[in-house]
Design a protein around this ligand. Structure first.
Ligand code: B12
Length: 298
């Protein structure tokens, strides 16, 4: 690293962090892992950064918030960053269309139980299209196709379990590294006892992290009292329960009512495709897109 003197056009790591909205720790981590942003050193050894790095770092931050992996965004060339940013601005007006050939190809990999290729495909589409497009346009239609083919007897239970396991491991590996220590809001995410459909909850965890809210992820089959203790211990802003159509209506209604009684001053919501009669002070969030918006109301 080149030594520089104090008066040049450079700022400290704290200054850079403030200018880009990226914590100092993260900047140091990226430097160690990816060699970027590379500081120059004062004679004293302190880091100094060129002001020219600020626009690029702001773009990287935006992409990471959209769900791109830091390892991908930090290493992208200026040209790639420019293209990704342009694509992100166009996202709302022209959402990406998911070709049915993609789901067809993924189903072929499921039939062959090709975990390596399926993982590679997931990672590639996550990186290229971003977390939200991956969830809404790819993962959910993929699981629906898995369900349809299983119902028609065209794939076996083993194929269904294989697809959901590979996807779940992939999703959980994506959202945990996105967690930062600076989120002041927490949401407990859990399924009730007996409920194993937790993929929607993993997708919810990703959206939670992207909204800079920390998920306290308890996952499937969680006893009521443990959900209450977790929410109390972490002073959660909300508890969100994932309920699939498999769950029994009476049981789920009683579960939510009892949960609500045990949670004082904590918002309670449930999502998923279970329809149950309206209950006061318990919110229903029908889709993950709605959950993404709901998080901004915390
Ligand atoms: C994967 C899967 C499994 C996996 C789950 C693994 C896992 N880790 O999640 C396993 C193999 C364990 C499983 C087991 C069973 N399953 Co299953 N499963 C599925 C499958 C293929 C995908 C479900 C899924 O995760 N979708 C992804 C979610 C995100 O998509 P979605 O459900 O459309 O969600 C939308 C909303 O509901 C909402 N949402 C969903 N979750 C959440 C969470 C939050 C917090 C929020 C806010 C919103 C939200 O957002 C989405 C839209 O944006 C479906 C097929 C299908 N067509 O759905 C069957 C399906 C749900 N299963 C079914 C059945 C019958 C079962 C079993 C009873 C089978 C058996 N005989 O053992 C068991 C029950 C287990 C249990 N006790 O819970 C049936 C349910 C039929 C019914 N009664 O309505 C389905 C529909 C299959 C079918 N075609 O028959 N299953």
């Amino acid at each position: 690293m080149e030594a520089i003197n104090q008066k040049s056009n450079h700022i400290s790591i704290g200054g850079l962090a403030a200018a880009c909205g990226i914590p100092v720790e993260t900047l140091r981590n990226w430097e160690i892992r990816y060699g970027f942003p590379e500081p120059r050193r004062l004679d004293s050894g302190h880091r100094r950064y060129s002001l020219d790095l600020i626009p690029k770092l702001r773009e990287i931050k935006t992409l990471v918030e959209m769900g791109y992996k830091p390892s991908f965004a930090v290493k992208a060339s200026s040209e790639e960053l420019c293209q990704l940013m342009a694509a992100s601005h166009n996202n709302e007006e022209s959402p990406i269309a998911i070709p049915s050939s993609l789901i067809f190809r993924w189903m072929g990999l499921v039939r062959n139980m090709d975990v390596h290729e399926l993982n590679r495909e997931f990672a590639q589409h996550w990186n290229i299209n971003g977390a939200r497009n991956f969830i809404f346009k790819m993962a959910i239609p993929f699981l629906r196709e898995v369900g349809n083919l299983w119902e028609k007897g065209e794939i076996s239970v083993a194929h269904e379990h294989f697809s959901s396991e590979v996807l779940q491991t992939f999703l959980s590996g994506q959202w945990r590294p996105l967690l930062t220590e600076n989120s002041s809001k927490h949401v407990v995410l859990a399924n009730q006892e007996g409920e194993l459909h937790s993929l929607g909850l993993h997708m919810a965890a990703i959206l939670t992290t992207l909204n800079n809210v920390e998920p306290i992820f308890l996952g499937p089959n969680t006893p009521l009292n443990d959900i209450i203790s977790a929410a109390t211990q972490r002073k959660a802003n909300a508890v969100v329960i994932g309920l699939s159509s498999v769950s029994d209506t009476k049981h789920s209604t009683a579960f939510l009512n009892n949960l609500q009684k045990g949670l004082i001053g904590v918002r309670l919501a449930f999502g998923g495709n279970k329809t149950i009669p309206e209950m006061s002070n318990i919110e229903y969030i029908d889709t993950l897109e709605a959950y993404d918006r709901w998080l901004t109301t915390l």
